[in-house]
Design a protein around this ligand. Sequence first.
Ligand code: SF4
Ligand code: SF4
Length: 413
Amino acid sequence: MKKTTFAPFAKPLYVMLKPVGAMCNLACEYCYYLEKLNLYKNSKKYIMSDELLEKFTEEYINSQTMSQVLFTWHGGETLMRPISFYKRALELQMIYANGRTIDNCIQTNGTLLNDEWCEFFHDNNWLVGISIDGPQDFHDEYRRDKQGKPSFVKVMQGINLLKKHDVQWNAMAVVNDYNADYPLEFYHFFKELNCHYIQFSPIVERICEHEDGRHLAAPDETEAHQMTRYCVTPEQWGTFLCALFDEWVKEDVGYYYIQIFDSTLANWVGQQPGVCTMSKTCGHAGVMEFNGDVYSCDHFVFPEYKLGNIYSNTLVEMMYSERQQNFGRLKYDSLPTQCKECKYLFACNGGCPKNRILTTTTGEPGLNYLCKGYYKFFDHVAPYMDFMKNELMNERPPANIMQAVRDHSINLN
Ligand code: SF4
Ligand code: SF4
């Protein structure tokens, strides 16, 4: 078959930015990114220069085939750059926009937010993602600063400022060993905050000491490594999702957007899911570090997955390289038979390759650590997903599921 160069360009080129590398004012115990500082020990400072910001902005915008361009600012703690840095970023976006519409979203731990930041985000229509792990007790278990001081109170002050200034924001919550057994407390906290878009991410990490000081295992380090103490277990993850879903499907469809439920429904109807872990391929979102190094994915910032540096390769060369495309395809190609024969493969797609650290009962490697949890969840939600799919196919709102549940025309298992 003739190879075409057009196919990869049908998707927007997407590269997240690390304006302060892995620097952060907190030291959350489970953070996978903090230790990336060890990859850049020879750097005097970990901040993106104005020159690199301009180079990236021009090239990133010019590389797009779509009229909308999304800039994502990620950390480390993004607000450790002064506001002037982001004002300059906006100026550069305007200079190079060339008729394109540009959106910005930024991920932060929220502790450094003040009126000035919130005015800036509001006035420029930025979407702010706040890392918050639910109520104080849950949040403060792991999200502390380097002195061990908890951060919840400061994060809440930040959220209140976002609300005061009417900034669009959403929550990113990590599900770990400590909070996973309390799904409803977790969920009610966000509902009481009036937070309508919530992303729950399970934490899975293994310990593996490296000479350069990193202590988390890279995905290719497949030997049996001890799990970190804060990991969620597959059983906890499955039970957590099912309990959350049971409340959501009765009361909240169409009011609260829980990313994993939306993505599950997307896969049920054959659409692209919003979360990469559930899509068939990887490699759509690269990451550029403060010095211009580009990596395959935010969860694959390891020396083995460096695609190059923007000073020596173009973004298009790196993001559409054979290497990156193989990285993307490998998500499906490396699935064990258990996944390929699984009735929920279409919804699960084997989960994130970073977490495929188990062997199957037949001894094949590559099974996701969370498999049991995912399977339990998909099995639990299948009748509801079928119902919502049918509603969508008949151009009716999937939120009709709530009435069906109330009428007992569909029963919670
Ligand atoms: S490796 Fe994991 S985090 Fe990265 S794109 Fe794939 S599924 Fe997403
Ligand atoms: S539920 Fe388990 S077996 Fe099925 S596709 Fe997901 S990881 Fe593979």
